[in-house]
Design a protein around this ligand. Structure first.
Ligand SMILES: Nc1nc2c(ncn2[C@@H]2O[C@H](COP(=O)(O)OP(=O)(O)OP(=O)(O)O)[C@@H](O)[C@H]2O)c(=O)[nH]1
Ligand SMILES: [Mg+2]
Length: 386
């Protein structure tokens, strides 16, 4: 089973510039042939590269310090030192880079939404237009190489014994975080049927059981509909007081903070069905108000059970203005309708996102960095074939 790491601490350094050289031309019968010390090479840069095939930060846990190559010193006969090679650190989409000490966001690769990868509307096309694909980004540049003594010859000093040292590279300690990116996040009380829905709509095979807190870590699955992929994110159940740590707490909400929409699952066969929605909204708001304001659909589950009878229409009447769908993963009721709804919600969200980005660009306000906080520990990746 592959470990899924969603946080790593690393130390990165760019290369030092190579020193300039002090040398003189040696020519037969010419005592001092003039300065001929070459320049040092540039130190290598530290570069981050987003790779769409990566889904974890595991590779940053085996090794934690990364250094780009130093530039070589300049040499005699005016030869330049070779530039140091860049160090390229590959990260998955959805990676956020923070300064370790201040926690400040340095770079947020999450704006390339969609684990689904290439071919998404919005992101890819827009990025190409900007010429800013965000897939390769230089974080620390290497130190400049020093000048050789040949630069210092003047009419009064034709044999300068000075050269310039290379500039040192820079070092930074970083916290790298990965935010799983789904299109639609499932929220619900434990046992509401979230994993069952993921199982029914995707080829993810999460654990399903008739007791609460079966799901301990988020699961992602891909729903294919109308020639596109929609990533569904199933997270552990939320109960009243989760924001104070009850149950598994709300730390997993971080994983759905960037979804286009949320699906609230409510078990209509359970006696607590009426309190579910207000409690969930309350817990979400205490984590992040924007989460509670996301576009959403309310799904009444387990319609096949006798206890659920009549409750779907009652739910609609107590929550006017909400999109409500009733389903049963056993009988198949409502599933097609729900798929269509997921599709239209995601498409609509993307359209608005692209529009607002265009507006921001117009006013030069584009700022992809967001701070959503929340600490996350290791988790097991149940979907090892990703
Ligand atoms: N009758 C019926 N049972 C269902 C339906 N959907 C889910 N269940 C059952 O409800 C129980 C809980 O389902 P899960 O999918 O594990 O629920 P969950 O919301 O993921 O639960 P946690 O992971 O604990 O938060 C299981 O026994 C499922 O078989 C349904 O449509 N009809
Ligand atoms: Mg579950």
């Amino acid at each position: 089973m592959i470990k899924f790491a969603d946080e790593a601490t690393i130390i990165v350094s760019s290369g030092n510039g190579g020193d300039g050289c002090i040398a003189f031309r040696r020519e037969k019968y010419v005592p001092m042939g003039g300065p001929a010390g070459g320049d040092g090479g540039r130190g290598g840069d530290v570069v981050f590269e987003v790779r769409r095939n990566l889904r974890t930060l595991v590779h940053l846990r085996f090794q934690q310090t990364f250094k780009a190559q130093n530039g070589m010193a300049g040499m005699g006969k005016n030869r330049y030192g070779r530039d140091g090679e860049d160090f390229v650190i590959a990260v998955p989409p959805g990676t956020v880079i923070r300064d370790f000490d201040s926690g400040e966001v340095i770079k947020d690769f999450g704006v390339e939404r969609g684990i689904a990868g290439a071919g998404r509307i919005g992101g890819a096309k827009k990025a190409a237009r900007d010429g800013d694909s965000l897939t390769r980004w230089t974080f620390l540049s290497g130190g400049k190489g020093g000048k050789g003594n040949s630069h210092y010859a003047t009419s009064v000093n034709q044999a300068p014994r000075i050269s310039q040292p290379g500039k040192p590279g820079k070092t930074a300690k970083l916290r790298i975080e990965l935010q799983l990116i789904g299109d639609i996040g499932f929220v619900g009380f434990p046992n509401a049927g979230k994993s069952s829905l993921l199982d029914s709509f995707t080829n993810a095979r999460p654990k399903i059981a008739p007791y609460p807190f079966t799901t301990k870590i988020p699961n992602l699955g891909m729903l294919h509909i109308h020639d596109r992929d929609i990533v569904l994110a199933d997270i552990p159940g939320i109960i009243e007081g989760a924001h104070e740590g009850a149950g598994l707490g709300i730390r997993f909400l971080k994983h759905i903070s960037r979804t286009a929409a949320l699906a609230f699952l409510i078990d209509l066969s359970d006696d607590n069905w009426k309190e579910a929605f207000p409690v969930l909204v309350e817990e979400l708001s205490s984590f992040s108000p924007t989460l509670a304001e996301k576009r959403r659909v309310i799904i009444g589950t387990k319609l096949d059970l006798p206890e659920a009878e009549g409750r779907l229409s009652e739910l609609s009447s107590v929550l006017p203005g909400e999109k409500i769908v009733g389903i049963s993963v056993f009988s198949g009721a409502g599933l097609d309708e729900l798929k269509e709804l997921f599709h239209s919600m995601v498409v609509e969200a993307e359209r608005l996102e692209a529009e607002s980005r265009d507006e921001e660009d117009l006013f030069g306000l584009a700022d992809p960095s967001t701070d959503i906080g929340g600490d996350i520990e290791f988790a097991e990746d149940s979907d090892a074939d990703s």
